[in-house]
Design a protein around this ligand. Structure first.
Ligand SMILES: NC(=O)C1=CN([C@@H]2O[C@H](COP(=O)(O)OP(=O)(O)OC[C@H]3O[C@@H](n4cnc5c(N)ncnc54)[C@H](OP(=O)(O)O)[C@@H]3O)[C@@H](O)[C@H]2O)C=CC1
Ligand SMILES: CC(=O)[C@@H](O)[C@H](O)COP(=O)(O)O
Ligand SMILES: [Mn+2]
Length: 380
């Protein structure tokens, strides 16, 4: 029996991870953590019997404690609770399906406790990759990518060919506004931006896909996961999301991973790596598949992607500013406090005012995050 803990079990990746668990029947779930959805968390506790559950808000944790008092489960809360889940003694793999850079501290503690990390929470690697990757090496744990593109790259690199890697071709759907120009994006509403053409995901990442900031975060995520420079990462728009990403080797060979858009594949691959298992679901049918097309990304209209390249190249604390500004701007857009085009505007404004700290500590990263939020509060 493989044993796992999940941060963010009530979200899109969290619930799909539990579907993979349910379908395979040889994984035990030892701990779960969620933000506020205690109804779904209770149902998950009753179905998967973890010994530990965390809820961010203490008042909600208290309510859940009362609701599950007939069960043998400890309910904890806050950052201490997230960390308790991350280090739960029986778990071998920690699935980081939480959204945002709140995942940094629990991920670090999970690594220190010897857990392999099935990483969906890209914001943690974007902001603290220079800490996470060496730490994983020091503690002898694996960082297994769950993000579909990074899983595709990881799969395409199997066979120990990493030294011969020339570049990464990171595919992007282009989002719901692919082909549109700035003037056409002026009146975009929350509902429009939440309509991803190919994937069903959480609200924050869906907005990120529409601005192509998601692809920017993924460029920086790939830099850390595969130890390449951002100049070696080329974003290729592949609107049908069939090619999940590719690698080009020094001899010109290109290896890709293709499949239907289904996150259960990368999740299952991370949980059972290096083994492959049967996964129910749709398969690509090359007789009926009408087309696989490619485009160049429009980095003028979707300049969040250009800003990510800049942040990734500069490094230090700039990726934290890029990410924190985006997290806050997306939350404000979802709350209808700002317009759609203000998202990249806020990121650019925050990056411009920031004095970069080279090689920031965790404390400096969290301090930079707070300063970025403060700057946004005063200016927008
Ligand atoms: N969805 C996808 O297909 C993909 C997602 N990713 C990445 O995976 C991560 C998760 O994305 P996704 O599943 O879409 O997001 P969702 O918004 O669907 O889920 C987020 C999860 O995090 C939990 N959470 C949020 N805040 C806290 C908190 N303070 N304490 C504890 N738990 C918290 C939520 O709990 P609750 O709902 O109870 O509040 C929920 O379980 C993101 O980093 C995203 O970029 C990467 C590739 C694909
Ligand atoms: C499923 C997944 O990994 C998402 O990150 C997805 O890639 C978003 O799609 P785009 O950002 O390419 O629109
Ligand atoms: Mn992705």
């Amino acid at each position: 029996m493989k044993k796992i803990a999940i941060l963010g079990s009530t979200g899109s990746i969290g619930t799909q991870t539990l579907e993979v668990v349910r379908e395979n029947r040889d994984i035990e779930v030892t701990a779960l953590a969620a933000g506020s959805n205690i109804g779904l968390l209770e149902a998950q506790i009753r179905k998967f019997h973890p010994v530990l559950a965390a809820v961010w808000d203490e008042a909600k944790a208290k309510e859940l404690r009362e609701n599950v008092k007939d069960l043998d489960v400890k309910v904890v809360s806050g950052m201490d609770g997230l960390i308790e889940v991350a280090v739960q003694q029986d778990a071998e793999i920690l699935v980081t399906a939480i959204v945002g850079m709140i995942g940094i501290l629990p991920t670090i503690e999970g690594i220190k406790a010897g857990k392999d990390i099935a990483l969906a929470n890209k914001e943690t690697l974007v902001t603290a990759g220079h800490i996470i990757m060496p730490l994983a090496k020091e503690y002898g744990v694996s960082i297994l990518p769950v993000d579909s593109e990074h899983s595709a790259i990881f799969q395409s690199l199997q066979g120990g060919q990493h030294k011969a890697l020339h570049k990464i071709l990171l595919t992007a759907s282009g989002g719901p506004f692919r082909g549109k120009k700035r003037e056409e994006l002026l009146n975009i509403q929350v509902e429009d931006a939440l309509k991803h053409p190919n994937w069903e995901m959480g609200r924050k990442i869906t907005i990120d896909s529409s601005t192509m900031v998601n692809k920017g975060l993924e460029v920086i995520e790939a830099k850390w996961l595969f130890d390449v420079s951002v100049d070696q990462i080329q974003v290729v728009v592949q609107p049908q999301s069939i090619i999940h990403s590719m690698v080009e080797y020094v001899d010109g060979a290109v290896i890709a991973q293709l499949g239907t858009p289904d996150m259960k594949l990368p999740i299952q691959y991370a949980l059972y790596y290096p083994k492959r298992r049967y996964l129910p679901g749709d398969r690509l049918d090359f007789e009926t598949l009408s087309q696989i097309t490619f485009e160049r990304p429009d980095m003028e209209t979707f300049y969040g992607l250009k800003l990510a390249y800049e942040a990734g190249k500069t490094g230090g604390s700039l990726p934290t500013v890029f990410n924190a500004a985006n997290e806050r701007a997306v939350a404000m857009f979802l709350n209808r406090e700002i317009g759609y085009l203000q998202i990249p505007e806020i990121i650019a404004g925050c990056m411009e005012m920031h004095k970069v700290i080279a090689d920031p500590t965790v404390e400096e990263i969290l301090q930079t995050e707070q300063e970025t939020y403060e700057y946004i509060k005063n200016r927008w």
